[in-house]
Design a binder for this molecule. Structure first.
Ligand code: GLC
Length: 447
Protein backbone atom coordinates (compact mmCIF):
# COMPACT_ATOMS: atom_id res chain seq x y z
CA UNK A 1 0.00 0.00 0.00
CA UNK A 2 3.04 2.20 0.03
CA UNK A 3 2.15 3.62 3.43
CA UNK A 4 4.61 3.71 6.28
CA UNK A 5 4.82 0.60 8.35
CA UNK A 6 4.40 0.88 12.05
CA UNK A 7 7.64 1.21 13.94
CA UNK A 8 8.80 1.27 17.50
CA UNK A 9 7.50 4.83 17.91
CA UNK A 10 3.97 3.73 17.41
CA UNK A 11 4.33 1.04 19.99
CA UNK A 12 5.41 3.49 22.65
CA UNK A 13 2.47 5.70 21.78
CA UNK A 14 -0.01 2.94 22.08
CA UNK A 15 1.31 1.74 25.41
CA UNK A 16 1.16 5.28 26.77
CA UNK A 17 -2.30 5.72 25.45
CA UNK A 18 -3.54 2.58 27.16
CA UNK A 19 -2.46 3.98 30.46
CA UNK A 20 -4.70 6.95 29.78
CA UNK A 21 -7.79 4.77 29.66
CA UNK A 22 -9.44 6.11 32.79
CA UNK A 23 -8.88 9.76 32.00
CA UNK A 24 -10.20 9.18 28.50
CA UNK A 25 -13.48 7.86 29.79
CA UNK A 26 -14.06 10.77 32.11
CA UNK A 27 -13.07 13.36 29.51
CA UNK A 28 -15.24 11.94 26.80
CA UNK A 29 -18.22 11.61 29.11
CA UNK A 30 -18.00 15.29 29.89
CA UNK A 31 -17.64 16.23 26.27
CA UNK A 32 -20.50 13.99 25.31
CA UNK A 33 -22.71 15.81 27.77
CA UNK A 34 -21.60 19.22 26.55
CA UNK A 35 -22.06 18.19 22.94
CA UNK A 36 -19.01 18.86 20.85
CA UNK A 37 -19.87 17.57 17.44
CA UNK A 38 -19.55 20.95 15.74
CA UNK A 39 -21.15 22.09 12.47
CA UNK A 40 -24.37 21.56 10.58
CA UNK A 41 -26.67 20.04 13.18
CA UNK A 42 -28.63 21.41 16.08
CA UNK A 43 -30.29 24.69 15.51
CA UNK A 44 -29.36 25.03 11.85
CA UNK A 45 -32.02 24.62 9.19
CA UNK A 46 -30.13 22.55 6.65
CA UNK A 47 -29.57 18.82 6.77
CA UNK A 48 -27.64 17.23 9.62
CA UNK A 49 -24.19 16.60 8.18
CA UNK A 50 -22.52 13.47 9.38
CA UNK A 51 -19.13 12.04 8.55
CA UNK A 52 -18.66 8.31 8.36
CA UNK A 53 -15.14 6.94 8.46
CA UNK A 54 -14.19 3.82 6.53
CA UNK A 55 -11.18 2.43 4.63
CA UNK A 56 -11.18 0.99 1.15
CA UNK A 57 -14.13 -0.46 -0.80
CA UNK A 58 -12.99 -1.04 -4.35
CA UNK A 59 -16.21 -2.06 -6.09
CA UNK A 60 -17.92 1.32 -5.62
CA UNK A 61 -20.87 -0.27 -3.82
CA UNK A 62 -20.46 1.65 -0.57
CA UNK A 63 -20.30 4.97 -2.42
CA UNK A 64 -23.54 4.07 -4.22
CA UNK A 65 -25.32 3.13 -0.99
CA UNK A 66 -24.28 6.41 0.61
CA UNK A 67 -25.70 8.38 -2.37
CA UNK A 68 -28.90 6.36 -2.14
CA UNK A 69 -29.25 7.23 1.55
CA UNK A 70 -28.51 10.89 0.87
CA UNK A 71 -31.17 11.02 -1.85
CA UNK A 72 -33.76 9.37 0.38
CA UNK A 73 -32.93 11.78 3.21
CA UNK A 74 -32.52 14.95 1.17
CA UNK A 75 -32.79 18.04 3.34
CA UNK A 76 -32.65 15.95 6.51
CA UNK A 77 -29.36 14.06 6.71
CA UNK A 78 -26.25 14.23 4.56
CA UNK A 79 -23.59 11.56 4.95
CA UNK A 80 -20.01 12.16 3.80
CA UNK A 81 -17.54 9.32 3.60
CA UNK A 82 -14.15 10.15 5.04
CA UNK A 83 -11.69 7.75 3.44
CA UNK A 84 -9.35 6.18 5.96
CA UNK A 85 -6.28 3.95 5.42
CA UNK A 86 -7.15 0.42 4.35
CA UNK A 87 -4.62 -0.95 6.85
CA UNK A 88 -6.73 -1.39 9.96
CA UNK A 89 -3.81 -0.54 12.30
CA UNK A 90 -3.07 2.74 10.54
CA UNK A 91 -6.78 3.59 10.48
CA UNK A 92 -7.03 2.89 14.20
CA UNK A 93 -3.98 5.02 14.96
CA UNK A 94 -5.53 7.97 13.16
CA UNK A 95 -8.77 7.64 15.10
CA UNK A 96 -6.85 7.21 18.32
CA UNK A 97 -4.89 10.43 17.77
CA UNK A 98 -8.02 12.44 16.96
CA UNK A 99 -10.12 11.06 19.78
CA UNK A 100 -7.31 11.47 22.28
CA UNK A 101 -7.04 15.11 21.26
CA UNK A 102 -10.87 15.20 21.37
CA UNK A 103 -10.82 16.82 17.99
CA UNK A 104 -12.39 14.85 15.17
CA UNK A 105 -15.02 15.31 12.50
CA UNK A 106 -15.94 11.61 12.58
CA UNK A 107 -19.49 10.92 13.79
CA UNK A 108 -19.70 7.31 12.77
CA UNK A 109 -16.88 4.79 12.61
CA UNK A 110 -17.11 1.90 10.17
CA UNK A 111 -14.61 0.00 12.29
CA UNK A 112 -12.91 -3.34 12.73
CA UNK A 113 -14.41 -6.05 14.96
CA UNK A 114 -11.32 -5.91 17.16
CA UNK A 115 -11.82 -2.29 18.20
CA UNK A 116 -14.93 -2.02 20.41
CA UNK A 117 -13.36 -2.95 23.75
CA UNK A 118 -10.67 -0.33 23.33
CA UNK A 119 -12.93 2.37 21.88
CA UNK A 120 -15.43 1.75 24.67
CA UNK A 121 -12.87 1.62 27.48
CA UNK A 122 -11.64 5.06 26.43
CA UNK A 123 -15.15 6.50 26.25
CA UNK A 124 -14.91 7.34 22.55
CA UNK A 125 -18.04 5.54 21.40
CA UNK A 126 -21.53 5.36 22.84
CA UNK A 127 -23.27 2.39 24.41
CA UNK A 128 -25.96 1.25 21.97
CA UNK A 129 -27.56 -1.31 24.31
CA UNK A 130 -30.86 0.66 24.48
CA UNK A 131 -31.16 1.78 20.86
CA UNK A 132 -30.14 -1.57 19.46
CA UNK A 133 -32.75 -3.67 21.25
CA UNK A 134 -32.44 -7.35 22.05
CA UNK A 135 -35.02 -8.27 19.45
CA UNK A 136 -33.09 -6.28 16.81
CA UNK A 137 -29.86 -7.94 17.89
CA UNK A 138 -31.35 -11.40 17.54
CA UNK A 139 -31.58 -10.82 13.77
CA UNK A 140 -27.77 -10.74 13.51
CA UNK A 141 -25.17 -13.52 13.56
CA UNK A 142 -23.96 -14.24 17.09
CA UNK A 143 -20.21 -13.93 16.28
CA UNK A 144 -20.28 -10.25 15.28
CA UNK A 145 -22.64 -9.40 18.15
CA UNK A 146 -20.22 -11.08 20.51
CA UNK A 147 -17.37 -9.06 19.05
CA UNK A 148 -18.97 -5.80 20.15
CA UNK A 149 -20.11 -6.87 23.56
CA UNK A 150 -17.89 -5.39 26.19
CA UNK A 151 -18.62 -5.30 29.93
CA UNK A 152 -22.13 -6.55 29.25
CA UNK A 153 -22.99 -3.68 26.90
CA UNK A 154 -23.38 -3.45 23.15
CA UNK A 155 -21.13 -0.90 21.46
CA UNK A 156 -21.93 -1.27 17.79
CA UNK A 157 -24.13 -2.67 15.05
CA UNK A 158 -22.69 -5.42 12.83
CA UNK A 159 -22.22 -4.37 9.22
CA UNK A 160 -20.38 -7.17 7.43
CA UNK A 161 -18.44 -10.16 8.63
CA UNK A 162 -15.26 -11.79 7.39
CA UNK A 163 -13.64 -15.21 7.40
CA UNK A 164 -10.21 -16.13 6.07
CA UNK A 165 -10.36 -18.44 3.05
CA UNK A 166 -8.11 -20.26 0.60
CA UNK A 167 -8.48 -19.04 -2.98
CA UNK A 168 -7.18 -21.52 -5.53
CA UNK A 169 -6.81 -21.75 -9.29
CA UNK A 170 -9.13 -24.59 -10.31
CA UNK A 171 -7.86 -24.62 -13.88
CA UNK A 172 -4.17 -24.79 -12.94
CA UNK A 173 -4.74 -27.57 -10.41
CA UNK A 174 -6.77 -29.57 -12.93
CA UNK A 175 -4.09 -29.18 -15.59
CA UNK A 176 -1.51 -30.62 -13.19
CA UNK A 177 -3.83 -33.51 -12.34
CA UNK A 178 -5.43 -32.33 -9.07
CA UNK A 179 -9.19 -32.62 -8.84
CA UNK A 180 -9.66 -31.07 -5.41
CA UNK A 181 -8.08 -28.25 -3.43
CA UNK A 182 -5.61 -29.19 -0.69
CA UNK A 183 -6.92 -30.18 2.71
CA UNK A 184 -3.56 -30.03 4.45
CA UNK A 185 -0.67 -27.58 4.40
CA UNK A 186 1.60 -30.35 3.09
CA UNK A 187 -0.76 -31.00 0.20
CA UNK A 188 -0.85 -27.29 -0.55
CA UNK A 189 2.94 -27.19 -0.76
CA UNK A 190 3.12 -30.30 -2.89
CA UNK A 191 0.44 -29.05 -5.32
CA UNK A 192 1.91 -25.56 -5.47
CA UNK A 193 5.37 -26.88 -6.33
CA UNK A 194 4.03 -29.15 -9.06
CA UNK A 195 1.93 -26.42 -10.67
CA UNK A 196 4.80 -23.93 -10.47
CA UNK A 197 7.10 -26.42 -12.17
CA UNK A 198 4.62 -27.81 -14.74
CA UNK A 199 3.14 -24.50 -15.78
CA UNK A 200 5.75 -21.91 -14.97
CA UNK A 201 3.61 -20.08 -12.42
CA UNK A 202 5.72 -17.64 -10.44
CA UNK A 203 4.19 -18.00 -6.96
CA UNK A 204 2.78 -21.03 -5.21
CA UNK A 205 1.06 -19.27 -2.35
CA UNK A 206 0.62 -15.66 -1.30
CA UNK A 207 -0.89 -14.43 1.95
CA UNK A 208 -0.71 -11.55 4.41
CA UNK A 209 2.64 -11.79 6.18
CA UNK A 210 3.48 -8.15 6.80
CA UNK A 211 4.02 -6.70 10.25
CA UNK A 212 0.45 -5.49 10.74
CA UNK A 213 -2.94 -6.74 11.91
CA UNK A 214 -3.52 -8.98 8.89
CA UNK A 215 -0.26 -10.75 9.69
CA UNK A 216 -1.74 -11.66 13.05
CA UNK A 217 -4.90 -13.04 11.40
CA UNK A 218 -2.89 -15.25 9.05
CA UNK A 219 -0.48 -16.48 11.72
CA UNK A 220 -3.41 -17.26 14.04
CA UNK A 221 -4.84 -19.49 11.32
CA UNK A 222 -1.53 -21.36 10.99
CA UNK A 223 -1.43 -21.74 14.78
CA UNK A 224 -5.06 -22.87 15.16
CA UNK A 225 -4.81 -25.35 12.29
CA UNK A 226 -1.77 -26.87 13.99
CA UNK A 227 -3.72 -27.41 17.18
CA UNK A 228 -2.19 -24.43 19.00
CA UNK A 229 -3.52 -21.21 20.43
CA UNK A 230 -2.44 -17.92 21.89
CA UNK A 231 -4.77 -17.92 24.89
CA UNK A 232 -6.18 -20.96 26.66
CA UNK A 233 -9.77 -21.71 25.55
CA UNK A 234 -9.16 -19.02 22.96
CA UNK A 235 -10.19 -16.20 25.25
CA UNK A 236 -8.96 -16.50 28.78
CA UNK A 237 -6.14 -14.73 30.58
CA UNK A 238 -3.79 -17.68 30.30
CA UNK A 239 -1.19 -17.39 27.56
CA UNK A 240 -0.33 -20.75 25.98
CA UNK A 241 1.59 -19.71 22.88
CA UNK A 242 4.89 -21.29 23.95
CA UNK A 243 3.60 -24.80 23.23
CA UNK A 244 4.11 -27.32 20.42
CA UNK A 245 0.90 -26.49 18.46
CA UNK A 246 1.63 -22.78 18.15
CA UNK A 247 5.32 -23.38 17.39
CA UNK A 248 4.35 -25.90 14.74
CA UNK A 249 1.93 -23.32 13.27
CA UNK A 250 4.66 -20.70 12.97
CA UNK A 251 7.02 -23.32 11.58
CA UNK A 252 4.45 -24.22 8.92
CA UNK A 253 4.08 -20.55 8.00
CA UNK A 254 7.85 -20.09 7.70
CA UNK A 255 8.15 -23.30 5.68
CA UNK A 256 6.08 -21.72 2.92
CA UNK A 257 9.07 -19.45 2.28
CA UNK A 258 11.88 -21.94 2.97
CA UNK A 259 10.20 -24.57 0.76
CA UNK A 260 10.01 -22.05 -2.08
CA UNK A 261 6.21 -22.00 -2.21
CA UNK A 262 5.75 -18.39 -1.10
CA UNK A 263 8.10 -15.59 -2.13
CA UNK A 264 10.36 -14.09 0.54
CA UNK A 265 8.45 -10.84 -0.06
CA UNK A 266 5.31 -12.42 1.44
CA UNK A 267 6.63 -11.01 4.74
CA UNK A 268 5.74 -7.56 3.35
CA UNK A 269 2.38 -8.39 1.80
CA UNK A 270 -0.95 -7.04 3.00
CA UNK A 271 -4.30 -7.70 1.31
CA UNK A 272 -3.81 -5.13 -1.49
CA UNK A 273 -0.47 -6.68 -2.54
CA UNK A 274 -2.01 -10.15 -2.77
CA UNK A 275 -4.77 -9.03 -5.15
CA UNK A 276 -2.75 -8.25 -8.31
CA UNK A 277 -0.60 -11.36 -7.82
CA UNK A 278 -3.44 -13.85 -7.52
CA UNK A 279 -6.00 -12.08 -9.72
CA UNK A 280 -3.24 -11.21 -12.16
CA UNK A 281 -2.70 -14.93 -12.71
CA UNK A 282 0.67 -15.10 -10.97
CA UNK A 283 -0.13 -17.44 -8.07
CA UNK A 284 -1.69 -20.86 -7.55
CA UNK A 285 -3.08 -20.16 -4.06
CA UNK A 286 -3.92 -17.09 -2.02
CA UNK A 287 -5.29 -16.65 1.48
CA UNK A 288 -7.65 -13.70 1.64
CA UNK A 289 -11.07 -12.49 2.78
CA UNK A 290 -14.28 -12.86 0.74
CA UNK A 291 -14.09 -9.34 -0.73
CA UNK A 292 -11.33 -10.35 -3.15
CA UNK A 293 -13.76 -12.48 -5.13
CA UNK A 294 -15.72 -9.30 -5.91
CA UNK A 295 -12.64 -7.83 -7.63
CA UNK A 296 -12.50 -10.55 -10.31
CA UNK A 297 -14.42 -8.41 -12.86
CA UNK A 298 -11.74 -5.71 -12.51
CA UNK A 299 -9.11 -8.25 -13.58
CA UNK A 300 -11.01 -9.70 -16.52
CA UNK A 301 -7.92 -9.66 -18.74
CA UNK A 302 -6.15 -12.14 -16.47
CA UNK A 303 -8.81 -14.13 -14.64
CA UNK A 304 -12.37 -15.42 -14.91
CA UNK A 305 -14.68 -16.48 -12.09
CA UNK A 306 -14.73 -20.11 -13.28
CA UNK A 307 -10.97 -20.34 -12.74
CA UNK A 308 -11.22 -19.45 -9.06
CA UNK A 309 -12.18 -21.87 -6.33
CA UNK A 310 -12.61 -21.23 -2.61
CA UNK A 311 -11.75 -23.71 0.12
CA UNK A 312 -11.39 -23.78 3.89
CA UNK A 313 -7.99 -22.93 5.39
CA UNK A 314 -5.84 -26.12 5.22
CA UNK A 315 -4.69 -27.94 8.35
CA UNK A 316 -1.73 -29.91 9.57
CA UNK A 317 -2.58 -33.60 9.82
CA UNK A 318 -5.18 -34.46 12.41
CA UNK A 319 -6.33 -30.89 13.11
CA UNK A 320 -9.48 -28.89 12.35
CA UNK A 321 -9.79 -25.97 10.00
CA UNK A 322 -10.20 -22.52 11.53
CA UNK A 323 -10.67 -19.13 9.91
CA UNK A 324 -9.90 -15.87 11.59
CA UNK A 325 -13.10 -13.95 12.30
CA UNK A 326 -12.91 -10.48 10.83
CA UNK A 327 -15.50 -7.94 9.94
CA UNK A 328 -16.60 -4.38 10.30
CA UNK A 329 -19.21 -2.75 12.51
CA UNK A 330 -20.65 0.71 13.05
CA UNK A 331 -19.63 2.61 16.17
CA UNK A 332 -21.08 6.04 17.03
CA UNK A 333 -18.76 8.74 18.33
CA UNK A 334 -19.25 9.86 21.91
CA UNK A 335 -17.84 13.25 20.88
CA UNK A 336 -20.67 14.06 18.47
CA UNK A 337 -23.77 15.89 19.66
CA UNK A 338 -26.99 13.99 20.09
CA UNK A 339 -28.53 15.28 16.82
CA UNK A 340 -25.61 13.85 14.90
CA UNK A 341 -25.65 10.65 16.91
CA UNK A 342 -29.34 10.21 16.05
CA UNK A 343 -28.67 10.91 12.36
CA UNK A 344 -25.75 8.49 12.43
CA UNK A 345 -28.01 5.81 13.86
CA UNK A 346 -30.51 6.41 11.03
CA UNK A 347 -27.71 5.71 8.56
CA UNK A 348 -26.69 2.60 10.52
CA UNK A 349 -30.28 1.31 10.35
CA UNK A 350 -30.32 1.93 6.61
CA UNK A 351 -26.98 0.19 5.97
CA UNK A 352 -27.89 -2.83 8.09
CA UNK A 353 -31.39 -3.24 6.67
CA UNK A 354 -31.97 -6.43 4.66
CA UNK A 355 -32.15 -4.49 1.39
CA UNK A 356 -28.85 -2.67 1.79
CA UNK A 357 -26.94 -5.59 3.31
CA UNK A 358 -28.13 -7.69 0.42
CA UNK A 359 -27.01 -5.15 -2.16
CA UNK A 360 -23.63 -4.87 -0.48
CA UNK A 361 -23.22 -8.66 -0.36
CA UNK A 362 -24.23 -9.13 -4.01
CA UNK A 363 -22.12 -6.31 -5.40
CA UNK A 364 -19.05 -6.29 -3.17
CA UNK A 365 -18.87 -10.03 -2.40
CA UNK A 366 -18.92 -9.57 1.36
CA UNK A 367 -20.61 -11.66 4.02
CA UNK A 368 -23.74 -10.05 5.47
CA UNK A 369 -24.38 -10.04 9.20
CA UNK A 370 -28.17 -10.53 9.04
CA UNK A 371 -29.05 -14.18 9.62
CA UNK A 372 -32.02 -14.04 7.22
CA UNK A 373 -29.75 -13.34 4.23
CA UNK A 374 -28.12 -16.75 4.63
CA UNK A 375 -31.39 -18.33 3.50
CA UNK A 376 -32.03 -15.74 0.77
CA UNK A 377 -31.82 -17.73 -2.48
CA UNK A 378 -30.25 -14.93 -4.48
CA UNK A 379 -27.57 -14.21 -1.87
CA UNK A 380 -26.74 -17.88 -1.44
CA UNK A 381 -26.50 -18.52 -5.17
CA UNK A 382 -24.73 -15.30 -6.19
CA UNK A 383 -22.31 -14.50 -3.37
CA UNK A 384 -19.54 -16.97 -4.21
CA UNK A 385 -17.89 -17.12 -0.77
CA UNK A 386 -21.25 -18.17 0.71
CA UNK A 387 -22.04 -20.62 -2.07
CA UNK A 388 -18.60 -22.18 -2.19
CA UNK A 389 -17.27 -22.00 1.29
CA UNK A 390 -19.82 -22.58 4.04
CA UNK A 391 -17.23 -24.52 6.03
CA UNK A 392 -14.91 -21.52 6.33
CA UNK A 393 -17.78 -19.29 7.41
CA UNK A 394 -18.77 -21.80 10.06
CA UNK A 395 -15.21 -22.30 11.30
CA UNK A 396 -14.36 -18.80 12.47
CA UNK A 397 -12.50 -17.99 15.65
CA UNK A 398 -12.16 -14.49 17.09
CA UNK A 399 -9.02 -12.71 18.11
CA UNK A 400 -8.90 -11.94 21.85
CA UNK A 401 -11.55 -9.43 23.00
CA UNK A 402 -9.66 -7.07 25.29
CA UNK A 403 -9.15 -3.34 25.76
CA UNK A 404 -5.47 -4.31 25.54
CA UNK A 405 -5.85 -6.22 22.31
CA UNK A 406 -4.01 -3.68 20.17
CA UNK A 407 -1.07 -3.84 22.53
CA UNK A 408 -1.04 -7.62 22.34
CA UNK A 409 -1.41 -7.41 18.59
CA UNK A 410 1.64 -5.14 18.21
CA UNK A 411 3.82 -7.71 19.92
CA UNK A 412 2.33 -10.53 17.87
CA UNK A 413 2.77 -8.56 14.64
CA UNK A 414 6.45 -8.15 15.37
CA UNK A 415 7.22 -11.71 16.46
CA UNK A 416 5.12 -13.38 13.76
CA UNK A 417 6.75 -11.24 11.13
CA UNK A 418 10.28 -11.96 12.47
CA UNK A 419 9.51 -15.66 12.42
CA UNK A 420 8.17 -15.50 8.87
CA UNK A 421 11.21 -13.51 7.69
CA UNK A 422 13.51 -15.96 9.43
CA UNK A 423 15.19 -13.38 11.67
CA UNK A 424 13.81 -15.24 14.71
CA UNK A 425 13.05 -18.93 14.98
CA UNK A 426 9.38 -19.92 15.46
CA UNK A 427 10.37 -21.34 18.85
CA UNK A 428 12.04 -18.14 20.00
CA UNK A 429 9.12 -16.03 18.69
CA UNK A 430 6.66 -18.14 20.70
CA UNK A 431 8.81 -17.90 23.82
CA UNK A 432 9.19 -14.13 23.53
CA UNK A 433 5.44 -13.72 23.06
CA UNK A 434 4.69 -15.95 26.01
CA UNK A 435 6.52 -13.44 28.22
CA UNK A 436 5.24 -10.29 26.50
CA UNK A 437 1.57 -11.28 26.39
CA UNK A 438 1.61 -12.55 29.96
CA UNK A 439 3.04 -9.21 31.03
CA UNK A 440 0.35 -7.22 29.18
CA UNK A 441 -2.42 -9.28 30.75
CA UNK A 442 -0.87 -8.89 34.19
CA UNK A 443 -0.63 -5.12 33.76
CA UNK A 444 -4.20 -5.00 32.52
CA UNK A 445 -5.40 -6.79 35.64
CA UNK A 446 -3.57 -4.33 37.87
CA UNK A 447 -4.68 -1.27 35.92
C1 GLC B 1 -10.12 -7.65 7.32
C2 GLC B 1 -10.91 -8.10 8.53
C3 GLC B 1 -10.46 -7.39 9.76
C4 GLC B 1 -8.97 -7.59 9.94
C5 GLC B 1 -8.22 -7.11 8.72
C6 GLC B 1 -6.74 -7.40 8.81
O1 GLC B 1 -10.45 -6.36 6.98
O2 GLC B 1 -12.28 -7.89 8.32
O3 GLC B 1 -11.17 -7.84 10.89
O4 GLC B 1 -8.49 -6.96 11.11
O5 GLC B 1 -8.72 -7.72 7.56
O6 GLC B 1 -6.06 -6.92 7.71
Amino acid sequence: MGEAHEGAGRKVNRRDFLKLGGAGVAGAALLGAAGCGGGGGQGSKGPVDITVAFGRESTGTLAKLISKFNKQNKGKIKVTWRHMPSDTGQYFDQIKTEFQAQKTNIDLIGGDVIWPAQLAANGWIIDLSDRFSESDRSKFLPGPIQSMTYQGKIWGVPWFTDAGMLYYRKDLLAKSGFKNPPKTWDELKMMAKKVMKDQGIQNGFVFQGDKYEGGVCDAMEYIWTNGGNVLKNNNSNTVIIDQPGAISGLTTERSMVTDGVAPQAVATYEEPQCEPIFLGGKAVFCRNWPYMYGLIPQYKKTIKPEQVGLAPIPVSDGNHTHSCLGGWNFYISALSDSTKQDAAYEFVKFMTSPEQEKAFALNASILPTLKSLYSDKEVVSKVAPIRLNKTAIQSTRPRPVSPYYSDMSLDMQEQFNNSLKGTTSPKKAAKTLQGQLTQIIKQAKNA
